[in-house]
Design a protein around this ligand. Structure first.
Ligand code: XMP
Length: 516
């Protein structure tokens, strides 16, 4: 059985990060909501270890998420993080209360001391910075537990019952702010859970290709290819598995960036697959005519995408032997575990109406357990070109939500050119490490300028770049002035109808990454 770790989700904001950190140690991790898996199921699944995530609640309140005490009788090691640590203490007979004074509440980077004779801290320095975020306090730790970490304000930021394999930390080892956090997670996996560490992308790739071949047999596969990283990697995976049984349908909605469609098409030339490029620009532009509301633009593009794809699927002559594939990825299917929301959202009908999906033998979503960075790694493994694999995120509705106000062919042409210059200059400047996502936005503001001897009254273009790991929060990127200057000079000289360039210096929050 494949080694795996259960990340039991209590609604913490870093739950995905925990799973990623575990996978970075070559161990497969899956996230399940605390109230959606029973101790019997945990046992049957053969997890090597369980990590309780943080969460926004207080364990001593009745309506807070709790855990079945039987989980502690399974003989499976547990690492509790923040709320997870308090929950373990609370469930096993300790006492957790609201911190009585400010000094016991801890937020942010905190100097922390570790007992390095504890397996969790083995081989680490005795002191380091940890990232705290807790207002509750363990007034009494449960019987059998030792105190293995402390800060100036708090005597028990880490607890351990090494006999039973139970560990708890009040801080967040999964965030980069915690020095040695990755080492602690590695220690939990290798020193406590005794994993071998066999989860690699190469292995995943080979296994999945074999499974896909068995499942698909002689059937055909119809893939919805948007040109983004996820569906491109899925196309490569399916191409590897079933070659010409695959038909990739690439719908070009006309709001792609410069040369994007051609790049996607040429990337698949080496595989023996059927590639259908549907040029549906007219269709989309007609639907978008006069629409200015951002959400309406999104809805129209989403729906039209489905209709165009449906037309192609009908031409394809689907039979019950055939499959439909889409590039759903793990973050799409994880819901925060707190509350009663379903853990796994059904994405099956997202693109095609239910009646159509039912015409297929099955919907394939082979990437639905991978994170974005793993998908990029898989793409490289499969030999997709780097420019496709390392592409920055691009929203499904494309440039339509980067043109404020109504979308026209002329505006799309202007924006495409300006955006291409910005991207080219960033690539040339070597700033791509700090620019996680960068693009141009065409505003509907006109302003007065002067060019040559004449007065102009033209469009204002915004340059936007953010630095972020997760896109949930983001800093505006400190691009050097000389780079911004080069971009500005080139755009006003090379792209007609733009006479003013501004740089967006708002972070997220309070702004969002996109303008619409
Ligand atoms: P915001 O603007 O919400 O964006 O800060 C966060 C990330 O999500 C991307 N984004 C989208 N992706 N469809 C998508 O597929 C959308 O409608 C959409 N809106 C935003 C955005 O580019 C950024 O990476």
């Amino acid at each position: 059985m494949e080694e795996k770790i259960l990340v039991l989700d209590f609604g913490g904001q870093y739950n995905q990060l925990i799973a990623r950190r575990v996978r970075e140690q070559r161990v497969y991790a899956e996230i399940r909501a605390y109230n959606r898996i029973t101790p019997q199921e945990i046992q049957a699944a053969g997890y090597k270890g369980i990590i309780f995530t943080g969460g926004p609640n207080s364990v001593y309140l009745d309506d807070s998420p709790h855990v079945d005490p039987a989980v502690f009788k399974l003989g499976i090691p547990v690492l509790g993080i923040c709320y997870g640590c308090q929950l373990m203490a609370h469930t096993l007979g300790g006492l957790v209360t609201a911190a009585q004074d400010d000094s016991a509440r801890e937020y942010g980077k905190t100097e922390t001391c570790y007992d390095t004779s504890c397996a969790l801290f083995k081989g680490l320095p005795q002191q380091g910075i940890s990232w705290m975020s807790h207002g509750d306090y363990m007034a009494k730790v449960p019987e059998g537990f030792a105190l293995v970490g402390h800060t100036k304000a708090c005597p028990n930021v880490a607890i351990a019952d090494e006999k039973r394999g139970f560990y708890g930390v009040q801080f967040h080892p999964e965030v980069n702010h915690t020095q040695y956090g990755a080492d602690m997670i590695r220690n939990f996996l290798y020193e406590v859970c005794h994993v071998k560490g066999e989860w690699t992308m190469d292995d995943f790739c080979q296994r999945t290709v074999t499974q896909l071949r068995q499942k698909i047999g002689q059937g055909r596969v119809l893939l919805a290819l948007s040109g983004g990283v996820d569906s491109s990697v899925l196309a490569a995976l399916l191409a590897e598995a079933v070659g010409d049984q695959l038909t990739a349908v690439f719908v070009d909605h006309g709001c792609m960036r410069k040369n994007e469609g051609d790049e996607v098409e040429s990337a698949f030339a080496k595989w023996n697959i059927h590639f259908v490029r549907v040029n549906a620009q007219e269709r989309f532009l007609n639907k978008l005519k006069g629409v200015t509301d951002p959400q309406a633009k999104r809805r129209i593009i989403g729906a039209e995408f489905g209709y165009v794809f449906l037309d192609e699927a009908l031409k394809f002559g689907i039979t019950k032997e055939d499959f439909f594939a889409q590039g759903t990825i793990y973050p799409d299917v994880i819901e925060s575990g707190a509350g009663d929301a379903d853990v796994i959202k059904s994405h099956h009908n997202k693109l095609l109406p239910k009646e159509v999906v039912e015409q297929f033998q099955e919907v394939l979503e082979p990437l639905d357990h991978l994170f974005k960075d793993e998908i990029r790694q898989l793409g490289r493994e499969l030999g997709l070109p780097e420019y496709l694999v390392s592409r920055q995120p691009f929203p499904g509705p494309g440039l339509a939500i980067r043109i404020l106000g109504d979308v026209t062919r002329e505006k799309l042409d202007i924006l495409r050119e300006a955006d291409a210059i910005f991207r080219e200059e960033i690539a040339n400047s070597g700033c791509t490490d700090i620019c996680s996502q960068y693009f141009a936005v065409l505003t509907n503001a006109k302003s007065v300028g002067v060019m040559g001897d004449g007065r102009t009254y033209e469009n204002t273009l915004v340059l936007r770049s953010v630095t972020t790991d997760d896109f949930m929060t983001a800093e505006w990127t400190r691009i050097p002035y000389d780079v911004l200057d080069r971009v500005s000079v080139r755009i006003v000289n090379e792209v007609p109808h733009i006479n003013r360039i501004v740089y967006d210096i708002t972070s997220k929050p309070p702004a969002t990454v996109e303008w619409e």
